[in-house]
Design a protein around this ligand. Structure first.
Ligand code: 2P0
Length: 343
């Protein structure tokens, strides 16, 4: 395409400690969720656009046409009904810094990066004078429509998505920036991800959310998540790692418990997932170090701890999980500052 202009955003994945699991129509979550924004695990998306077009969209992943993603992306963009796109041709190219479908929320980073590009394009073409706060809210709103968890990736450090009565501005429609609320002991959270398996997930998140619709524990799960978000907010604000650990692990194991008790049921944890969980608990108990874990909808284990314990955690990995270290199967990430526009 001639006369191409471009927009590039890098947007990270995030890890939820109170989990979004179950939704109503239009991507409205059944319960509020809270996540930490990651740093190293991100998607970079470039949109090149030209004005003389007819609304054509081409999607490339790593510079190669990707049919499966392309269909999803086109469907998403069309569903947004953005009138300013009518006469634009879009040439979209994306890459991830981490293996997609590895159980690291790739849809969160991918959809948030795309939504940020679209929001920038909207600003540019409609000459909108949005402040940064309004810009992020709009991007988060658009990201949610692509993937619920993506609504939280827009913000630095920590985000809440879903209405919580006691949290001003919280909403089911977009995530909010919760970075200012972190206690001093939660300023440097590390997330070391044990890549137990990087094969395709046996159940997609969309299928997983659907399983909640008629789940026998549905109402008690919604109640539990609403209680847990208040507890974890209290814990993070007040540097209460003990309470944080309790809630974090309850949420992770509940998510898998819900999948195991769904109809049909799914077991996404692998033998190593359980071994890693047990060894983290043992390490915590023996050394009195506040390290915990969470899990997404897959077998990988996210080990969370404060940066000041990095040396001890490294020693733990070397002694207990050396084969994981040697094979590059421990991805060392940490809480990050959120998306960056590079062009
Ligand atoms: C979360 N997950 O809160 C939960 C915990 C996975 C486990 O949100 O259907 O890809 O695109 O809205 O956001 C994964 O689900 O689902 C997810 P859609 P999404 O991070």
């Amino acid at each position: 395409m001639e006369n191409l202009k471009k927009i590039i955003w890098q947007s990270p994945s995030n890890i939820a400690v109170v989990k979004y699991w179950g939704k109503y129509v239009s991507q409205i979550p059944m319960n509020p969720s809270l996540s930490f924004t990651l740093n190293q695990c991100y998607t970079e998306t470039k949109i090149e656009y030209s004005f003389e077009g007819s609304g054509e969209i081409n999607f490339y992943y790593n510079d190669q046409i990707n049919q499966a993603f392309g269909i999803k992306v086109k469907k998403y963009i069309h569903s947004l009904n953005l009138s300013f796109l009518q006469n634009l041709d879009l040439h979209i190219n994306s890459f991830n810094t981490f293996p997609h479908s590895a159980g690291i929320a790739s849809s969160a980073s991918a959809m948030s990066a795309l939504a940020l590009c679209l929001t920038s394009l909207e600003d540019l073409i409609q000459n909108a004078k949005r402040d940064i706060c309004e810009f992020k809210t709009r991007a988060s709103y658009l990201a949610r429509l692509g993937s619920g968890s993506a609504s939280r990736s827009i913000f630095p450090k920590a985000s809440i998505w879903g209405k919580v009565e006691s949290i001003p501005f919280s909403s089911d429609l977009f995530g909010i920036d919760w970075s200012q609320q972190l206690g001093s002991e939660f300023q440097a959270i590390q997330d070391w991800i044990f890549l137990v398996s990087s094969s395709e997930k046996s159940v997609s998140s969309s299928q997983g959310h659907q399983l909640m619709e008629n789940h026998v524990f549905r109402n008690s799960r919604i109640e539990q998540a609403n209680e847990n978000i208040l507890k974890i907010i209290h814990a993070i604000k007040n540097n209460d790692w003990e309470l944080f650990i309790d809630v974090c692990e309850e949420e992770a194991l509940t998510l898998h418990g819900l999948m195991m008790s769904s109809r049909p049921s799914y077991i996404l944890l692998a033998p190593d997932s359980l071994k890693i969980i047990q060894s983290i608990k043992q390490f915590r108990k023996e050394n009195n170090i506040p390290v915990t874990f969470t899990i997404d909808a897959g077998p990988n284990i996210h080990m969370l701890f404060d940066k000041k314990y990095e040396k001890q955690v490294q020693e733990f990995c070397e002694s207990e999980w050396s084969e994981y270290l040697l094979q590059g199967k421990i991805l060392k990430d940490q809480m990050g500052e959120g998306p960056i526009q590079t062009t």
